[in-house]
Design a protein. Structure first.
Length: 384
């Protein structure tokens, strides 16, 4: 599937919606929502998964009659996971498309850069994947997040990393951005608090492909565990190079990087025994959401036969449903009314219960899994 296709307007089900219902097309003009996702660049595989989730939700919502009797239409811009590109994309959506709400911007650095823009223009931003604490700690009244907060993730892992998994001395390999730096800091604090220690952190650019020098230094250290915070593609490369160097220590991948996709890219052997911190996993949906999860899996497999939707698909899917729910309760698709409705959200989705706190954060359900015989299996459920 080409990113340029989804860069334009997702009108899934729109024509069918207009033909099926009574009245005129003018009576059913679409409610336009904006989205900013990396569709090109080093993290495009992740961004396109979010887009797939948005697409599937768009089709379902429109097939069920839309919102307020009108179809949903999503304009998606390519933010490339880059702060400058994402700011440009947000400004374009606000000025050109006059959207009353935006979903985005995948990367924490990109989302942080876009936040002053949505505040100045008074357009709500629903954050689907960015985990840096500063996003909600700033208390921007126009920004709402329903994915993880790195510090909260760290607190949830506190009773597991050292006490149950036995990690004592760790090295850390992280992407050099707000996400990687804040996650490394959060893990370092909880390791120290529970009797372990992060010995040192190696930072790499998002475009790095040769991790051997960093891994060689880690191999020569006293570390018994390697924490990794970076994109799917980078995790896969690190695991391959880790195995090539004959390294044997524990490996823990943070931030809900989808184990299934890493296994597909890195291979079963390179991924064996690796621990993953999860949010949504297709094989273990929230209780009561089994049927909806089954429908998501079926819809996704029509696009990608034989593949299961990952965390990014589920968060894109839930993001559009959360926005649709807010618009419905607002009674009109205006930015101020949508923002007010988001304040009182109480939504149960595939990623868990969504209720925003005073800082506009809602923590999803999370777990820890380990790859065994080529498949991830949940070993601890941290938050249901």
């Amino acid at each position: 599937m080409k990113g340029n296709f989804w860069r334009w307007i997702l009108v899934a089900g729109f024509i069918g919606f207009l033909l099926a219902g009574p009245g005129t097309a003018q009576d059913k003009s679409p409610i336009v929502i904006g989205a900013v996702q990396p569709q090109t660049g080093p993290v495009s595989i992740d961004g396109m998964s979010v887009v797939s989730g948005i697409k599937i939700a768009t089709e379902r919502i429109n097939a069920e009659g839309g919102v307020l009797g009108r179809p949903i239409q999503v304009v998606i811009e390519d933010g490339k996971g880059d702060p400058v590109e994402s700011v440009n994309a947000v400004e374009k959506l606000i000025r050109r498309d006059k959207v009353p709400a935006i979903i985005g911007c995948w990367a924490s650095s990109a989302t942080l850069a876009a936040m002053p823009i949505v505040k100045r223009n008074q357009v709500p931003l629903l954050v689907e994947t960015s985990t840096a604490p500063m996003i909600t700690d700033q208390k921007n009244e126009w920004v709402f997040r329903f994915t993880s907060h790195n510090d909260i993730d760290g607190a949830l892992m506190e009773q597991y990393l050292v006490p149950k998994l036995g990690f004592k001395k760790a090295a850390y390999l992280a992407v050099n951005n707000d996400w990687g730096r804040s996650m490394a800091a959060a893990v370092g604090k909880i390791m120290e608090k529970t009797g372990g220690k992060v010995l040192f952190v190696e930072y790499a650019s998002a475009a790095e492909t040769n991790y051997t020098p960093m891994l060689t230094r880690i191999k020569a250290s006293e570390a018994d565990t390697l924490f990794i915070t970076t994109s799917i593609q980078s995790v896969a490369m690190i695991l391959k190079q880790f195995r090539e160097l004959g390294m044997k220590m524990n490996v823990f991948v943070t931030s809900a990087i989808p184990a299934e996709k890493v296994i597909d890219i890195a291979g079963k052997e390179a991924s064996d025994g690796v621990y993953f911190f999860n949010r949504y996993v297709a094989y273990a949906p929230p209780r009561g959401k089994e049927e909806e999860n089954k429908k998501l899996v079926e819809a996704y497999q029509k696009i990608y036969p034989g593949k299961a939707p990952d965390m990014y698909v589920a968060f894109g899917y839930d993001a559009l449903y959360i926005m649709a729910d807010a618009i419905k309760r607002a009674g009109e698709p205006s930015a101020s009314k949508i923002r007010e409705a988001l304040e009182t959200t109480d939504f149960f989705g595939l990623t868990g219960r969504v209720k925003f706190d005073a800082n506009h954060h809602s923590q999803p359900r999370v777990s820890i899994s380990q790859v065994k015989n080529g498949s991830p299996q949940i070993v601890y459920q941290l938050k249901d």
